[in-house]
Design a protein around this ligand. Structure first.
Ligand SMILES: [Zn+2]
Length: 88
């Protein structure tokens, strides 16, 4: 995996759906780190609303893992708000 650009995005802000496992039909560059994903290799597609269209950019496994981790911590941060609200 090459060095990804920018900070790790979260699915909460970057996606309009669930990432799906995909077998690369033709060599594609990872949308985030630009690593070449070869034909037949596994990758993820993360749906994204773009100009009214549902685009499905391709991500390598490593980038998807980081994005999912980031999403988890974002969700955790929201979850931590609930006890304070319920305590009122
Ligand atoms: Zn990548």
């Amino acid at each position: 995996m090459a060095k990804p650009k920018g900070k790790t995005p979260s699915l909460l802000s970057k996606s309009t759906g669930t990432p799906t496992l995909h077998v690369c039909g033709k060599a594609t560059a990872c949308k985030r780190c630009n690593t070449k994903i070869k034909t037949g290799e596994q990758c993820f597609r993360i749906p994204k609303q773009q100009n009214g269209f549902a685009a499905k950019p391709t991500f390598c496994i490593s980038c998807t893992r980081l994005i999912v981790e980031k999403t988890k911590s974002d969700i955790l941060a929201v979850e931590q708000l609930f006890p304070a609200i319920e305590a009122r």
